[in-house]
Every structure is written in structure tokens, then in C-alpha cells.
Ligand binder design. Structure first.
Ligand code: NAI
Length: 320
């Protein structure tokens, strides 16, 4: 028990905490000493309707177990009201879990503006509004922890989910920027692509797989990432579910360095295409290509074994 990760005195806002993953986060943090804002609009998984019952049930469960929780029924699109609930009830906010989500799955051919817009309103604008409202508190107290929720559909694409996958990959860029802007203020932001049994997945996964995918098994990673002891893991992407946790990162091929003169034509590029896509000497970047270095490299062309002109990293120049 002594080395149990605790969250005593901290205030956690969990959006979409009326069921599924959000409920698992909320009950966990309350059981570890935190005061929790249980936000849930209580609509259908397609984003229709609203009902205060979803959040109330979880708040009552937490209180019955001796924990501290308060309900909020606003849509995440009104993130300022959700953060206000935390400030009014507990006077602070330390941890924000942007978890609320809906699905509007449909083939791209049949997608309507409403399917696209609603997904972006809930996932992207919702995460923005909650984070934006929490940000001044995080900065002022020089402490904040954010989890954003992506999806494998966002990282890899998925049939019928053009809207959802676009919104979910947006969570990655959003997180990486929050991590960079927050670093100076001890604000840590990470993004997860979870897999868990919930009303979202119960119709698409078989029962034996669902049984292996309890929402509770996503919780330990989230707890580690938002704990005050985590000061280094920020701007990171994780896949998590069924007890498996893995970190993802970008991989860049060492690439083709072209001399920017008349030799740099589409057909010259086609001839060297394998160099563009050659991952045998990869970089794992956390930022854009350093063009100053690239330009310097281009001044230092040598030759490889095939007699091709190369820079010192081995990149081939499109020159003859
Ligand atoms: P869920 O449907 O059980 O929970 C989502 C909760 O968000 C619901 O209780 C819903 O009422 C609430 N919600 C929806 N719109 C809201 C709004 N505008 N404002 C406030 N609350 C709202 O689904 P689940 O599976 O727990 O999903 C949680 C998050 O994880 C979502 O962002 C989802 O996209 C993501 N995710 C889940 C996966 C899974 O395997 N379950 C896979 C990949 C991502």
C-alpha cells in the first residue's frame, strides 16, 4: 500500500465519465484520494439527447464508496462550465482527462456535413474548450496534467470513420503542442489510443474479446501519466488496452536530398523514389526537419559507392 500512487488533495475533471472508460477513470481517481468532477451529457453514442442520470449514477457510486465527486451535465463544447464546476466545488483543477466521445460511423460516400461537424464539435472543439478553460489555472499554479483521447482509427484510418479518424488524429497534434507550450509551467500532456469494452465497442467486438478489454485496464497508464511524479513523459502517444501498453513515435526516412536546380524534376524524383521511402537508416523526430542542417549538408556533397553524390548522412542528391 505504501507505494500506491495517490492523488490526495488533487482535483480531477473527467469528461464523458458517465460510462465506459470515463467512469473507470473517475472511480479510480476518487478511490485514490482525488476530488472528481464527473462530466457527462448523457446522450446516445451518436450524440443525440441528454440525461443527467449518467453522471449522477457515477457520482453516487463514488460517494457511496467514501469518495468525493460532483456531477456536471454540460456538453464538452461548453468546457468553461465544466472547469467552473471544479473551481466552484473544489477551488482548483489539477488533472483534465478529455475522454468524452461519440461515433457517427458511415462510409465517406454517404457522409453528411452533420456527421463530420458533430464529431469535430465533441472530440476536437470539446477537448479544446475544456483544455483552454483549465489552462490559466494550470499556468498560474505551475502544475497541470492533461490526457487527450485519440484512437487507432485516427492513427491508422478505418473504414466508415473518416470523420472520427480525422478528429482523433487532431488529438495527437493538439497534445504535442500543449506539451511544448506547457513544459515551462510543469504542464504535462499525453494522448492515448485506448481499446476497451464499452457501449461504443460492444456491437463491433465479439464477447470473448470484450471480456479481455475491461476499461479498468486502461486506467493504470493514465494514472502514471497524470501523476505528479511524471515530469518527463509528455507529448507522447500510447496505445493501451487488454493489458497491453505501447508507445508510438514518428519515423522519418533519412530521405532524399535534392539539389534545387533544373535537375530537380518529377521524373528525376521517380528515379530515386526508393530513397524517399528507405527506412534502413531512420530518424525518430520530435520536430520538423532541420532545414538549416539540410542546407549545410547540401554544401558538403560527397559520393557513395555507386558514385552518386551524397551528403554526409548518406542522402543522395538528385544530381548527375
Ligand atoms: P462511451 O460511449 O462508453 O463513453 C463516452 C461518454 O462520453 C458517454 O458517457 C457519453 O455520454 C459522453 N459524451 C458524449 N458526448 C458528450 C459531450 N458532448 N459532452 C459530455 N459528454 C459526452 O465510450 P468509451 O468507449 O468509454 O469512449 C471513451 C473515449 O475513448 C472516447 O473519446 C472514444 O472515442 C475513445 N475511444 C474508445 C475506444 C474503445 O475501444 N472503447 C477506442 C478508441 C477510442
Amino acid at each position: 500500500m505504501s507505494n500506491q500512487l495517490r492523488f490526495d488533495g488533487q482535483v480531477v475533471v473527467v469528461t464523458g465519465a458517465g460510462g465506459g472508460l470515463g467512469k473507470a477513470y473517475a472511480t479510480f481517481f476518487a478511490s485514490r484520494g482525488a476530488s472528481v468532477v464527473v462530466n457527462d451529457l448523457g446522450g446516445s453514442f451518436k450524440g443525440e439527447g441528454n440525461d443527467s442520470k449518467a453522471a449522477d449514477v457515477v457520482v453516487n457510486e463514488i460517494k457511496a464508496a467514501g469518495g468525493k465527486a460532483v456531477a456536471n451535465y454540460d456538453s464538452v463544447e461548453n468546457g468553461d462550465k465544466i472547469i467552473e464546476t471544479a473551481i466552484k466545488a473544489y477551488g482548483r483543477i489539477d488533472i483534465l482527462i478529455n475522454n468524452a466521445g461519440i461515433l457517427r460511423d458511415i462510409s465517406f460516400k454517404n457522409m453528411k456535413d452533420q456527421d463530420w461537424d458533430l464529431i469535430f464539435k465533441v472530440h476536437v472543439r470539446g477537448s479544446y474548450k475544456c483544455s483552454r478553460a483549465a489552462w490559466p489555472y494550470f499556468r498560474k499554479q505551475k502544475y497541470g496534467r492533461v490526457i487527450n483521447t485519440a484512437s487507432a482509427a485516427g492513427l491508422f484510418g478505418n473504414f466508415g470513420q473518416a470523420n472520427y479518424s480525422a478528429a482523433k488524429l487532431a488529438m495527437v497534434g493538439f497534445t504535442e503542442t500543449l506539451a511544448k507550450e506547457g513544459a515551462k509551467y510543469n504542464i504535462v500532456a499525453n494522448v492515448i489510443a485506448p481499446v476497451a469494452a464499452s457501449r461504443m465497442t460492444e456491437t463491433i467486438m465479439p464477447p470473448d474479446v470484450l471480456a479481455l478489454m475491461k476499461p479498468e485496464w486502461v486506467v493504470p497508464l493514465v494514472a502514471v501519466l497524470v501523476h505528479k511524479n511524471n515530469t518527463s513523459e509528455s507529448g507522447s502517444i500510447f496505445e493501451v488496452g487488454g493489458g497491453h501498453i505501447a508507445k508510438l513515435r514518428w519515423e522519418r526516412s533519412s530521405g532524399l536530398l535534392c539539389k534545387c536546380d533544373d535537375s530537380y524534376t518529377p521524373s528525376a524524383l521517380i528515379k530515386k523514389w526508393d530513397r524517399v521511402t528507405d527506412f534502413s537508416n531512420p530518424q525518430y523526430p520530435s520536430g520538423p526537419n532541420d532545414f538549416v542542417t539540410l542546407l549545410e549538408d547540401s554544401q558538403k556533397l560527397g559520393r557513395n559507392e555507386q558514385g552518386e553524390k551524397i551528403d554526409f548522412t548518406g542522402r543522395v542528391a538528385l544530381v548527375t
